[in-house]
Design a protein around this ligand. Sequence first.
Ligand code: MG
Length: 166
Amino acid sequence: MGTIRIGHGYDLHRLEALAPAGAGRPLILGGVRLVHDRGPVAHSDGDALYHAVTDALLGAIGQPDIGQLFPDTDARHESQDSEVFLAEAARRVRAAGFDVGNLDCTVILEKPKLSPVKEQMRANIARVLGVDVGGVNIKGKTNEKVDAVGEGRAVEVHVVVLVVGR
Ligand code: MG
């Protein structure tokens, strides 16, 4: 087995109430649109799970973070589907001579429950990274009503990933 490297990613997006007319960004996590009355404040589509996985992959190979590669001052990333960021990070991992081993993600969100969509999120991440779905784990937690996350005003994600040299 080749060199093993670890990467860590973290992201948080503020969640704001969606206007009744449907204005504002819908809550999207792991490429899945969730039914919720709040959505992320973001320049891109605000997919905090894809963002944290992207940063974990980039961190594992010692490359610039998502904010440096895809600055929110760049109009091209306005409402961007974050799959683009994730796919680019995966491409960079391969180009650096590594394969993705496994990743473990913790999504902290008060509402809605993630269990109905967790498998779809895993499948999406596995597809974009080109890995077996067994290598992608997602855990959903609440923040026990404590602090901004627990009051439903933000979503927070932590990810660790191992990449293995070819
Ligand atoms: Mg983000």
